[in-house]
Design a protein around this ligand. Sequence first.
Ligand code: SF4
Length: 234
Amino acid sequence: MPNFCPRCFWLKLKLNNKLPYQIFPGIFSSIDSYTKQIVHGHFDCNSCFPQWLDGLGELAGYREPPHYSKFKIVDETSGVTLWGTPDGVFMKSDGSYVIVDYKTAKYTGTQDKLMPMYQVQLNAYAMIGEMCGIVKPVSDLALIYMEPVTHRDAAIDVSNYRDGGFAMEFTANIHRIELNTSVIPGLLAKTREIYELSQAPSSRDGCKECLLLDAMVDVVNRSGILEFRELADE
Ligand code: SF4
């Protein structure tokens, strides 16, 4: 990521990825999980996938994404354990696999600020699948953005009204990710290097959060709140 901060990463590693003040709304993972059920259910009932997946090419079937307790590898050079659970794993007629990740978000193509992270995420799945042999060979990777349809026409369409609430449509956009697992070993080596630091690296230049934290500690030490408020208001 362009704004990668080694200090933040070090803190996350040392705190087992449990930082304070982190709230991720559960609704997104619920919708991603529902998308997966729609896709699998469509294939189970109709022996084909929804038309909006046509951009993935000819798919012969799917397999239930492996649980992260099985879908994992240990990188021998760095000693880092890499694991995860892909959202979707599809079989192509040539026997290779397509790994996908569902994103509930507006599709902005390469403008998505998190794209570098998603590229690594999907290539990490490909590397795990190939190395542990559960999903092998991998021939394609893709993000599938499910974009909520929220324009006024949809809002006044009576077919979306329900007695107990309303229905919301989602439009699918497929974004291919280049298959390039060669980037992963270097990132694992970097992870090990940061993890082994005995002290947190310096703060990223210009990040206001660490300045606020320093101010908070300072304020607590001096038992006043005025300076912190001034900084927070800037
Ligand atoms: S500088 Fe910003 S990104 Fe880095 S540790 Fe501090 S709050 Fe996190």
